[in-house]
Design a protein around this ligand. Structure first.
Ligand SMILES: Nc1ncnc2c1ncn2[C@@H]1O[C@H](COP(=O)(O)OP(=O)(O)OP(=O)(O)O)[C@@H](O)[C@H]1O
Ligand SMILES: O=c1ccn([C@@H]2O[C@H](COP(=O)(O)OP(=O)(O)O)[C@@H](O)[C@H]2O)c(=O)[nH]1
Ligand SMILES: [Mg+2]
Length: 153
């Protein structure tokens, strides 16, 4: 199906501590996306260094790893039409100061170093991140009964 995609969304440690997991999941459900993988993990610096490999030369890299390993994260795979681009729009700009109200970051955060949620930024990135965080067997291929009402099939 053209435009059918999967993406990796993670509620970061600040989002978990602030009990925002339910509200974040709700936004993806109500938009019409399908949850195909979910787990809570205490992430190691190893997996986080790989996840954020492109940022390793940035001055904030070490503090990013410290923040991301400061407590549990809730990692999810969401599936649906155009889900990679749509979820970036739902999440908002990296810096919450620039993220419009109505986006997750625009509604729940104020500072770039504590921006509540991660979303893959491209289909290639999503594929790599999904493989990094989930063995294929932990992703469920299931039929969502309302699918015929959210996309033309
Ligand atoms: N100047 C900064 N100071 C502190 N932390 C930062 C800064 N810039 C980015 N970060 C942190 O690093 C993360 C990764 O930056 P990136 O440029 O990939 O943003 P993003 O793609 O919007 O976020 P993510 O990859 O987590 O979805 C940001 O989400 C933020 O938590
Ligand atoms: O100046 C910055 C830029 C990014 N980040 C953190 O690094 C993450 C990943 O950065 P990326 O550029 O991938 O932004 P994102 O994809 O998260 O919007 C962000 O979410 C922030 O948590 C940060 O702390 N300071
Ligand atoms: Mg990013």
């Amino acid at each position: 199906m053209s435009g059918w995609q999967r993406t990796l969304i993670a509620v970061k440690p600040d989002g978990v501590q602030r009990r925002l997991v339910g509200q974040i999941i709700q936004r993806f459900e109500q938009r019409g996306f399908k949850l195909v993988g979910l787990k809570m993990v205490q992430a190691s610096h190893g997996i986080l260094s790989e996840h954020y490999g492109e940022l390793r030369t940035k001055p904030f890299f070490q503090s990013l790893l410290t923040y991301m390993s400061s407590g549990p994260v809730v990692v999810m795979v969401w599936e649906g039409h155009n889900v990679v681009q749509a979820s970036r729009k739902m999440v908002g700009q990296t810096n919450p100061a620039e993220a419009p109200a109505g986006t997750i970051r625009g509604d729940f955060s104020v500072h770039v170093s504590r921006n509540v949620v991660h979303a893959s930024d491209s289909q290639e990135g999503a594929q790599k991140e999904i493989q990094l965080w989930f063995p294929a067997k932990d992703l469920l291929d299931w039929d969502c009964c309302d699918q015929i009402y959210t996309i033309e099939v």
